[in-house]
Design a protein around this ligand. Structure first.
Ligand code: FES
Length: 181
């Protein structure tokens, strides 16, 4: 028995090319394929951008009391030293007597970031020249009060700073210092 021949209608386009239903369905298939590939590529681009924008987790843990930054073991911080923690936006200060203070980098005048000048042993605001000593106490205005601090704890010899809540203070006081118990 001879098989049926598939019907293929043919039309002539304006440019003289022959168009067939077969050719038209192939074009339609290719168009759909291009759309699907476009959607997949777009999805991948969105996933890459989302992964790029997602915050990194190293060294920072979310605790009940806020965001805890594990600064490291006590021995890492020699007495009379200042170490900047850029992501936590604070300086970890170890005073000469071994006590710790976590001092905010934000000037209490108008909020500029205050760098630590190791040679001069003071924080000096670049905006209006307020100066603070190693404990964050004002030594030169216009800053109206000492630099803010964060709560410091020492657990199993590891220094931790709770950056969830910035603590305002008018001046430095001894009870703000954290010592190993
Ligand atoms: S913002 Fe720091 S002195 Fe003005």
């Amino acid at each position: 028995m001879r098989g049926k021949k598939q019907k293929t209608s043919t039309t002539v386009a304006e440019n003289g090319w022959e168009k067939t239903e077969k050719g038209s369905s192939r074009r339609s298939f290719l168009t759909k394929l291009m759309i699907v590939l476009g959607v997949v590529a777009l999805g991948e681009c969105i996933a890459i951008v989302a992964a790029f924008l997602r915050p990194r987790k190293t060294g920072v843990k979310s605790g009940d009391a806020g965001t805890i930054v594990e600064a490291g073991p006590m021995e890492k911080f020699p007495p009379d030293s200042v170490k900047a923690f850029v992501r936590g936006k604070f300086y970890l200060v170890r005073l000469e007597d071994g006590g710790f203070l976590a001092i905010s980098r934000k000037c209490t005048h108008l909020g500029c970031t205050v760098p630590w000048l190791p040679k001069e042993k003071r924080f000096l605001c670049p905006c209006h020249a307020s100066a603070f000593d190693i404990r964050g106490e004002v030594i030169s205005p216009p800053a109206p009060r000492a630099l803010d601090i964060y709560h410091v704890t020492i657990e199993n010899n590891i220094v931790k700073v709770d950056t969830g809540k910035r603590i305002k203070r008018s001046e430095f006081r001894a009870e703000q210092i954290t010592y190993k118990k």
